[in-house]
Unconditional design. Structure first.
Ligand code: SAH
Length: 217
């Protein structure tokens, strides 16, 4: 019953969510399939499981949220649009939902989370869902994960005020990063592409994420 669920976590409920996200403009069928397949109710507290297939962010404790499914789909689509990706760095594991959506679509995901308690739960979910290509690290992801750099792609799921240069430096030339930037009040989702002598930036849309913080908890 793990992947199937009943009632509010049923196939039908998930299909409705996918149709909603499609109507919002997400076109990549690989991504939409992942939204259908990944059991989001396993990424939230049991008390919230009945709301897991609503197209909204939900609290995951410690002042953090699991991102809205539409945003997860949109960011994944933007990341994949440049062609196949070997290694991807994710900053802000949180519940692990974005990681799980991305994992089968790329060769390897390296994900960094600064809150130990959240990372422990996410690791259990990866194990339970047999996501074999995910590596996790408890650290300040604003500094990236230099050991496995350069990355083909980087996805950041918490908002820094500006583009972290440490992350740009860990992208290979031609590699792309999708991230929210801005203040608590106002953020934009942007796509950054590393060039020979710097980077290009394209604004995608207005978003609202928790802030990227320094250090670890
Ligand atoms: N993608 C996640 C979203 C979680 S919210 C999901 O789908 O559930 C953003 C996460 O980023 C939070 O868990 C927060 O603790 C984490 N975060 C914030 N600043 C960070 C940093 N500097 N390094 C790593 N993780 C960070």
């Amino acid at each position: 019953m793990i992947a199937q669920g009943i009632g509010m976590t049923s196939r039908r409920t998930r299909e409705r969510l996918v149709e909603h996200i499609r109507a919002q403009g997400v076109r990549d069928e690989r991504v939409l399939r992942q939204i259908l397949e990944v059991p989001r109710h396993l990424f939230v507290d049991e008390a919230l499981a009945s709301r897991a297939y609503e197209n909204t962010a939900l609290p995951i404790g410690l002042n953090q949220t699991i991102s809205q499914p539409y945003i997860v789909a949109r960011m994944t689509e933007a990341l994949l649009a440049g062609g196949p990706l070997e290694n991807v760095l994710e900053v802000g594991t949180g519940s692990g939902y974005q990681t799980a959506v991305l994992s089968p679509l790329v060769r390897r995901v390296y994900t960094v989370e600064r809150i130990g308690a959240l990372l422990r739960q996410a690791r259990q979910r990866f194990h339970r869902l047999r996501l074999m290509n995910v590596r996790t690290k408890h650290a300040d992801g604003g500094l990236g994960w230099p050991h496995y750099a350069p990355y083909d792609g980087i996805i950041v799921t918490a908002a820094p005020e500006g583009i972290p240069l440490a992350l740009v430096e860990q992208l290979r030339p031609g590699g792309r990063m999708v991230l929210p930037i801005g203040s608590r009040q106002e953020q934009a989702l942007v796509r950054v592409t590393r060039t020979a002598d710097g980077y290009d930036k394209v604004l995608l849309e207005r978003v609202s994420f928790v802030p990227l913080l320094g250090g670890v908890d």
